[in-house]
Design a protein around this ligand. Structure first.
Ligand code: FAD
Length: 511
């Protein structure tokens, strides 16, 4: 592959399927039946990564079956029926730099399922009645310092090093305490990771991607199941992919350089089957680790996956009896909210709603884990009321609270880039996908998942269909540190003047 990394200029084939020796049953040596069996690909895990892998593999003309433990496909990008309603795992947005995700959606003929949003709001607490107050514009001086901070981050060369977002921010002595706290809050609200647990290199990567691929953020026109996952599943089945839900992988064995057997549990029985073809494992990293050191030792890098971390990112959906006045229709961040809440009133965006329906994402949901759910909801509703003063508990007709403690969200920590596993493994018939897999900095979430699915398909193609062209994987153009350094140097005199006007400097907090 000849793509280039968006931020460092490195050859991104380093993140994707790497060449390896195909020492398994060579197709030319097998008879026709063995060849068919050797060609079959079993994808385990029906989230976006697994669905994408199945789609790309099927497009290569390979027979594919997709096994998913849950009753429905979609994983974290899907929905569940709860109390008779379809509830998203959490409200999702699609930035313009999600090139692989948006291309996949286009290939599926589902571009119409998304619509662009025009604004993003940040509101502060404290306004009684009437419209929520917008965040006051920071002074020109503080605005300039913030911009300088972004350029300073882009000027960092993280090719061979990384640091925490906390360490980067707290050592920028020109930033104000308030600006640092606000950036940290923004990060927690979207990833559940406190700044000490977040990689500055990854944050740099997502900012670079955002700047190089600006454009409107898109959001689904309705719940993810109906607008994305169900039609995706129908397209998969139409191309011949056999989808089986309720199949959970519980154990594997290996033999030499091959994955040897899979133990699958369904509600009715548990079976162990011999692996004749290829397997794409597309389950969360914690589930991969549960399969044991023999398997994690075959990943590249070996055992690195055991050091990855994920954190719960919760969802609270409030159905109100009326339409709250003055509430913006676009995404809102509650600036400084103790549990790091962002929300969208899907009642104004999705068909079939006459009243307000608040879909909130809760970044610091783990802090409520010790409380019974009703108490946790009460805490969050009180917090919402400080920002949305028109909201009263009597307005709430129905609550759906999903803290997702058992389905955490992956955000790369400082230095974890070198630990994220590649699609190609040391087992010649095992390939890996998932949002935690190796990717250029800044590519996580849905884009990370889709990208990894394509990379796993490419890994399989190299063995089974080497004569076909590589699976397409798009990247974002580079923001080189050197360019950012030039801009930083040019702005330095202005920044020195602006610093004299701005608020207190950031304090380094104790660990
Ligand atoms: C509240 C919330 C909001 C989010 N918002 C955004 C957003 O706005 N933008 C964005 O880009 N990302 C967002 N994300 C993240 C995004 O949803 C995920 O990164 C992405 O969907 C992960 O896809 P995946 O296929 O890698 O993993 P998953 O979605 O976790 O899929 C893995 C699948 O494997 C199945 N599985 C697990 N174990 C087994 C087993 N043993 N056998 C068989 N199957 C198994 C699971 O049931 C699941 O379906 C959000 C996440 C959350 C929690």
């Amino acid at each position: 592959m000849t793509d280039h990394d968006d931020t460092t200029g490195r050859d991104v084939s380093a993140y994707d399927a790497t060449e390896f020796d195909a020492t398994e049953c060579d197709a030319t040596e097998c008879d026709a039946t063995e060849r068919d069996a050797a060609d079959e690909v079993t994808v385990i895990g029906g989230g976006l990564a697994g669905m994408t892998a199945a789609w790309a593999l099927s497009s290569l003309g390979l027979p594919v079956r997709l096994l998913e433990a849950a009753p429905d496909l979609g994983g974290k990008a899907g929905s569940r029926r709860i109390d008779g309603r379809t509830e998203d795992h959490g409200v999702h947005i699609f930035p313009a730099f999600y090139r692989n995700t948006l291309r996949l959606i286009d290939d599926l003929g589902l571009t119409g399922s998304l619509r662009p949003t025009h604004k993003f709001h940040q509101i502060r607490p404290g306004l009684l009645g009437g419209a929520p107050r917008k965040a006051t514009a920071t002074s020109v001086a503080e605005g300039l310092l913030f911009l300088y901070g972004v350029i300073d981050l882009l000027a960092q060369d993280y090719t061979t090093r990384d640091e925490s977002l906390h360490d980067f921010l707290r050592t920028r002595r020109y930033l104000t305490e308030e600006t640092v706290a606000d950036i940290e809050h923004f990060f927690i609200a979207s990833t559940a990771a406190e700044s000490r647990a977040a990689s500055a290199a990854e944050f740099r990567g997502s900012i670079a991607a955002f700047l190089r691929r600006p454009g409107r953020i898109r959001m689904p026109r309705g719940d993810l199941q109906h607008w994305l996952i169900d039609p995706f599943q129908r397209r998969l089945e139409a191309t011949g992919v056999k989808v089986h839900t309720g199949y959970e992988l519980t154990a594997v064995t290996t033999s030499g350089h091959r994955l040897h057997s899979l133990t699958l549990r369904t509600p009715a029985h548990t079976t162990t089957e011999h692996v004749t073809g290829h397997v794409v494992l597309a389950v969360p990293h914690g589930r991969v680790t549960d399969l044991g050191p023999e398997l994690t030792g075959a990943l590249r890098p070996a055992q690195g996956i055991r050091e990855l971390n994920s954190r719960p990112l919760g969802a609270l959906h409030l159905y109100l009896r009326r339409r709250l006045p003055h509430l913006p229709a676009e995404h809102i961040r509650l600036v400084g909210s103790p549990h790091a809440i962002t929300l969208l009133d899907v009642g104004q965006n999705w068909a079939g709603h006459r009243t307000t329906v608040l879909n909130c994402v809760v970044g610091r949901v783990e802090r409520l884990a010790h409380l019974p759910e009703a108490e946790a909801v009460a805490v969050l509703v009180e917090e919402l009321r400080t920002y949305l003063p028109g909201l009263s508990p009597d307005d709430i007709e129905h609550v759906c609270y999903q803290p997702h403690l058992a389905a955490p969200y992956f955000t790369p920590g400082p230095g974890t880039e070198r630990l994220r596993p590649h699609s190609t493994t040391a087992l010649t018939n095992l390939h890996l996908a998932g949002d935690f897999c190796a990717a250029p900095p800044g590519m996580t979430g849905m884009e990370g998942a889709v990208r990894s699915g394509l990379s796993a398909a490419e890994s399989v193609r190299r063995v089974l269909r080497p004569h076909l062209p590589p699976v397409r994987i798009d990247t974002i153009p580079t923001v080189r540190p050197g360019t950012a350094r030039l801009v930083r140097a040019a702005l330095a005199p202005l920044v020195a003047a602006a610093r004299t006007q701005a608020g207190p400097r950031p304090r380094r907090r104790r660990a």
